[in-house]
Design a protein around this ligand. Sequence first.
Ligand code: FES
Ligand code: FES
Length: 158
Amino acid sequence: MSTSTSIQFTLNGKAMSVEVEHHIHVVELLNRFQLKGARESCGQGLCGACTVLVDDLAVSGCLMPAFMLHGKSVETVENLSAINEPLHPIQEAFVDQGAFQCGFCTPGFVMMTKHLLALNPHPSDEEIRDFFAGNLCRCGTYPEIIAAVKQAAEKLHP
Ligand code: FES
Ligand code: FES
């Protein structure tokens, strides 16, 4: 029985065709492309550090089997702004508000913010807290993260 599958998908706007083993998850596949923003921490869908957008929906890259990306579009934090280019308004807001310390959780929160603001252009504090219930920050920068989401909302949806 075959242990791998050929898939075609879009990664940060580029068409990809790869052979993936059935046991690997999305975050492991991304690492093979040197995309290290989404990182595996808990590996159980509990922390959000591995969050990426698949067809514009936030998913835990540590849980989704990579072969399920066939025919889908994946966006990672690396797509928001290239090196030496201006930051995306969400990234800018996280910097302005000091919404991170070690930064380990930040790519996950940034991609969750992108999903949230697409669904709800001006979320309340409570809606932000609810939406981020599955994302953990060991450094405890939650108040600053909420402020960053609100700043990004104002910039993206004035
Ligand atoms: S590493 Fe995926 S949710 Fe924690
Ligand atoms: S900034 Fe350190 S875990 Fe969130």
